[in-house]
Design a protein around this ligand. Structure first.
Ligand code: PLP
Length: 463
């Protein structure tokens, strides 16, 4: 995977190390004990007891030498900091939107946006709302509607753009309910659908429907660069275009965007809101001052603004995106070759294990995906996250029975620029052990759980 010389297959990370962070090692005995104390919930395991941490790709990336250098230039002036103007120019060049508000992370932008656009009786369509987006839409009193394209619902069907919006369903919803729809959203890549990309043709289709009904169109662009990379490599007509220009085109089809910069901003904290409409600038700015901070820093330090300005430039570098996609694919293929079924095609930031087909003998009520995640930690100190019945199931209030989630997935998310091919090889070796010794994977039951978002704090025990 040398970008210049196709004779070489090794994924050369397009960076070398200048600062190293030791990773911890623990014994299997120690981890057995840690799991028991953690109630078999990986959120309760201290990070210093995790060797390879694939819990999330959010805010867990490594900054570059240029980003660290830029942080020293951070202007910490309360008002009018030069760091703000530097970032504003980067955001304007990338998105084309004249208005820009910095926020401390993605959900802060969502909170502002849906205070202005949400409210009781409103409907907000999206290809798939990310969980914090849905929470803010619903908190405002509005209804969050997911309109995922039909090909995306089958985990085994291969399609280049499984993150797409169902345009026919959007047209239908707009025809029936346009009076209740204040804006249309589209998430690129589609996180909730497995980091699957959205095609430019689909973005254009949403634009056309929004024009027809005169509705503003906002992109949730947390992974805009990964999405643009997939358009370049998979969509006819884009192979000769730079990822940068593809990202610019996508933003210019919308009326606004919000970005959790903890993903493709390549920073550990940060976010932004950018848009065209002069009419919503003042209400959004006033809420920003109330909830985040003065508009030229918005909940971030000047040095954070600087790191983000550099990160937004670095993230569209094609060597980096090629390495990232190749690493996700390499991890996924390794699991597949070991005999562990995974979602296909591979998305931009993570590999998803289909625990339902891997462990048919463990019913959803006994949490097969959590059982797999626990075994991955017990055997190899690799931390992943369950996206199945522990996360999305609930107790039937009438019968007390566990109502299962539609899928039993385990997500292994890759932090940006953190792990090397050797780390990934190690994870694959752990997977080979689990594939060979399925009996190591033990069903679980819930001991105690909170009524909402229970997966963060629930305690479990082996059956
Ligand atoms: C992470 C994320 C958010 C929320 O951002 P935070 O920075 O975690 O608050 C919103 N949408 C998408 C698609 C995300 O991936």
């Amino acid at each position: 995977m040398n970008p210049i010389d196709p004779r070489f297959k090794t994924i050369i990370e397009p960076f070398k190390l200048k600062i190293v962070e030791p990773i911890p090692f623990t014994t299997r005995e120690e981890r057995k004990d840690l799991l028991e104390r953690a109630g078999y919930n990986l959120f309760n395991i201290p990070a210093e007891k995790v060797t390879i941490d694939l819990l999330t790709d959010s805010g867990t990336g490594a900054m570059s030498v240029e980003q660290w250098a830029a942080m020293f230039r951070g202007d910490e002036s309360y008002a009018g900091a030069s760091s703000f103007y530097r970032l504003e120019k980067v955001v304007r060049d990338l998105t084309g939107f004249p208005h820009f508000l910095p926020v401390h992370q993605g959900r802060a932008a969502e909170k502002l946006l849906f205070q202005v656009f949400g409210g009781t009786g409103k409907i907000i369509p999206n290809n798939s709302h990310f969980d914090t987006t849905r929470a803010h839409v619903e908190f405002s009193g509005a209804e969050a509607v997911d309109l995922l394209a039909p090909e995306s619902k089958d985990t085994q069907v291969s399609h280049p753009f499984k993150g797409n919006m169902d345009l026919a369903a959007l047209a239908d919803l707009l025809a029936k309910e346009h009076a209740r729809i204040p804006l249309v959203c589209l998430t690129i890549t589609n996180n909730s659908a497995g980091g699957q990309p959205v095609s430019m043709a689909n973005i254009r289709g949403v634009r056309a429907l929004c024009d027809q009904y005169k509705k503003p169109f906002f992109l949730d662009g947390a992974r805009f660069a990964e999405n643009a990379y997939f358009i370049q490599t998979r969509e006819p007509g884009y192979a000769d275009r730079s990822v940068r220009s593809i990202a610019e085109e996508a933003f210019r089809l919308a009326d606004g965007c919000w970005i959790s910069a903890k993903k493709d901003g390549l920073v550990n904290i940060g976010g932004l809101l950018a848009f065209k409409d002069d009419g919503i600038y003042e209400p959004l700015r006033n809420l920003l001052i109330l909830q985040e901070g003065f508009p030229t820093y918005g909940g971030l330090a000047g040095r954070d603004l600087e790191a983000l300005a550099v990160g937004l430039m670095e993230v569209t570098q094609e060597d980096y995106l090629r390495y990232r996609a190749a690493t996700v694919q390499y991890l996924g293929r390794g699991f597949e070759a070991a005999g562990i079924p995974v979602l296909k095609p591979f998305g931009g930031h993570a590999v998803y294990v289909d625990a339902k087909s891997f462990l048919p003998h463990i019913p959803p009520q006994q949490f097969p995906a959590q059982a797999f995640a626990v075994a991955l930690y017990l055997e190899g100190a690799v931390r992943s996250v369950e996206i199945g019945t522990l996360m999305f199931g609930r107790k039937d209030p009438a019968t007390g029975q566990e109502l299962p989630a539609p899928r039993e997935l385990v997500r292994l998310a890759l932090p940006r620029r953190v792990y090397t091919q050797a780390h990934v090889d190690y994870c694959i070796e752990v997977a080979q052990i689990l594939a060979r010794d399925k009996h190591l994977i033990r069903p679980l039951k819930i001991v105690s759980a909170a009524p909402i978002l229970r997966h963060f704090t629930a305690r479990l025990a082996p059956l």
